[in-house]
Design a protein around this ligand. Sequence first.
Ligand SMILES: Cc1cc2nc3c(=O)[nH]c(=O)nc-3n(C[C@H](O)[C@H](O)[C@H](O)COP(=O)(O)OP(=O)(O)OC[C@H]3O[C@@H](n4cnc5c(N)ncnc54)[C@H](O)[C@@H]3O)c2cc1C
Length: 313
Amino acid sequence: MRVVVIGAGLAGLMAAQQLHNNGHDVVVLDKGKSPGGRLATRRIGDATLDHGAQFFTVREPEFDHHVQQWVRAGIVREWCKGFSIQDGHPRYIGTHGMNGIAKHLAKGLDIHCNTFVFEVTRNEDTSWSIKIDDGTVFQSDALVVTCPLPQAYSLLITAHIDIPEVLFTCEYDRTIGLLAVLDGESAVPAPGGVQNPSESLQFVADNYMKGISHIPALTLHFSPGFSEHHWDDDSHAMHQLLIHHAQPFLGNARIVESQVKKWRFATPRAPWPQRFWQHESLVIAGDAMSRPKVEGAALSGLAAAKAISELQN
Ligand SMILES: Cc1cc2nc3c(=O)[nH]c(=O)nc-3n(C[C@H](O)[C@H](O)[C@H](O)COP(=O)(O)OP(=O)(O)OC[C@H]3O[C@@H](n4cnc5c(N)ncnc54)[C@H](O)[C@@H]3O)c2cc1C
């Protein structure tokens, strides 16, 4: 089958790899500059900073199977077994940043980045026409949609399919982030991450201590409440406020460069109870299905690929 996958985040890439391995002709379309979605790593000068997902945990043997392959390939490694409390569960990171996982999965796939899909229509024979921003139309026998659900909704509205409303009314928490390059060691304690240090902050990571940056550089993720409250602040005032909140983590170092990053669809609040939603040759997948976070996205992508492959049986 020819399968189009919309979204080259973890869910889309896992689905696409699996479908490709099963012998399908797969095309992945993503509006971003490169694959990864919320598995995002940015360079600022000599610093390398994860600015989406910071680390991930593993619960299911199916995901563990893939993670151990990534460990053997040197793509991921264990960071620690907890932050202020050691609970014994490994926290994994991308060896060269979380986006390295996406780069690894993207190998051998036909991925079109900078490609914004804005209309999906179902043909009479249940195949699909997928229209992108330059007017090109991709045809496919099956379609996997992995964007955050509100974005999937706006795409699928023209497909005239009876999709449960509750699926698309799923709300997402927002995250405002600050990326800060320092001129010396930070005050972040070992192993280089602090969870929920204050009401305003959800996570602070030292990318140097994590082992992905050549020089000290912090990622600060602000809490959903703080992010919602300050979302529309004037950008200069917001930047200054975020820098103010970074002070306790600087030690004797100074911020030499910093950037603000806003994630509108950071975390789904109430995931759909199954790993995917399917109507004939359409499957909706992603981290809003069954379990949020990196593991949920991966398992949803794998389940979506299985559902598509079973269409032929
Ligand atoms: C700030 C932040 C911190 C996080 N921290 C953690 C963490 O520490 N641990 C953890 O496990 N998880 C964490 N997560 C969650 C984790 O990153 C996500 O659950 C996971 O990466 C989601 O993958 P996905 O494939 O479902 O979605 P995405 O990665 O969002 O992929 C969807 C893709 O669809 C594309 N797209 C959307 N609309 C269109 C369109 N119209 N046309 C073409 N392409 C389109 C987007 O460009 C995107 O690449 C964090 C997320 C954020 C934002």
